[in-house]
Ligand binder design. Structure first.
Ligand SMILES: Nc1nc2c(ncn2[C@@H]2O[C@H](COP(=O)(O)OP(=O)(O)O)[C@@H](O)[C@H]2O)c(=O)[nH]1
Ligand SMILES: [Mg+2]
Length: 290
């Protein structure tokens, strides 16, 4: 069970987007490349209407590249939306983004035109601040973590025709689908106190055993994938010395270890959602299943 920490955020997020809408020419929605469905919030799509949007699939260094490509095709074909896999921590990988922004808003951002006003938006922890910092680089002296001097969001002049809001737009994660919420928790997007580590880790072990058995076996030197997730965690704990006195496996430590290593990319490049999973999720949401 994942506890919803975000009641009340909806109103605030909605008000923020509505207020900014007339001042923004293009939104960059930052998603987690490992789970583009569950790290999104449909509110932006509803409120932005025809205003251009780029979906950044961030942390693509942690995601399965084949599946990330499938997501790019999915957004292109299903929604006519450009998605760009990125590593916000890496300046080179972010370099394509301004070009794509200018392409999507042809009447702004070029020489002799008005600047192109861009806002980065997304749920917590997807890498919004990292992306802003990497885009801004050393071009401007930013205030950093000091309290804002004015209450107005400041704009950063990227000196390439683009004005970037220095405060990202905030969306809250949608946690009413427990499976999606579990994937968010596994990815590290949710505060530790809001979920049950053991339950999320068991789900993760189960998922990895099904989708990435080779990576799981290799990382933890498993002869074979155990029959169930509890046994998998036990085996991982044994292999990695998560033991209590008496030699029994400390399942909680094993659970934490698995999640930590997943998040750190230690097990390999792993995507938690594929576009083909989404039809199933949507059917569930529409009540056609279960
Ligand atoms: N591996 C990886 N980590 C990233 C990437 N971008 C951001 N992060 C990490 O994700 C965490 C959250 O980033 P942050 O920018 O604070 O997210 P925000 O809450 O959306 O502003 C930080 O630990 C970042 O270092 C990326 O492309 N790859
Ligand atoms: Mg931030």
């Amino acid at each position: 069970m994942i506890i919803d920490w975000y009641p009340g955020h909806m109103k605030k997020a909605r008000a923020q987007i509505v207020e900014m809408l007339p001042l923004i020419d293009l939104f960059i929605e930052v998603l987690d490349a490992r789970l583009p469905h569950s790290s999104s919030n449909p509110l932006l799509g509803k409120l932005r209407k025809d205003k251009p949007c780029i979906k950044v699939l961030n942390k693509s260094d942690l995601a399965d590249p084949t599946i990330t490509n499938a997501w790019v095709n999915h957004f292109d074909k299903q929604q006519g939306i450009k998605a760009l896999p990125l590593e916000a921590t890496d300046r080179r990988s972010v370099g394509l983004l301004p070009k794509l922004c200018r392409k999507l808003v042809p009447n702004r951002g070029q020489k002799g035109q008005k600047p192109l006003r861009v806002m980065i938006i997304g749920i917590p922890n997807v890498g919004k601040s990292t992306l802003i910092n990497t885009l801004a680089g050393k071009k401007i002296a930013r205030v950093g973590d000091k309290p804002a001097i004015t209450t107005c969001p400041q704009q950063i002049d990227l000196r390439n025709g683009i004005l970037l809001s220095d405060t990202p737009g905030l969306l809250w994660p949608v946690l009413d689908d427990q499976a999606g919420a579990g994937r968010l928790a596994a990815s590290g997007a949710i505060g530790e106190n809001a979920y049950d580590t053991a339950a999320v880790s068991l789900e993760t072990a189960n998922f990895l055993g099904e989708r990435y058995p080779d990576l799981l076996q290799k990382r933890y030197k498993l002869q074979e994938i155990p029959a169930n997730a509890t046994e998998t965690l036990e085996e991982i704990g044994r292999r990695r010395g998560c033991l209590v006195s008496g030699g029994e496996v400390d399942l909680h430590r094993a659970a934490e270890l698995l999640l930590r290593e997943l998040r750190g990319g230690k097990i390999g490049r792993i995507s938690l959602e594929r576009p083909t999973d989404i039809r199933i999720i949507e059917e569930k949401e529409n009540g056609n299943e279960e």
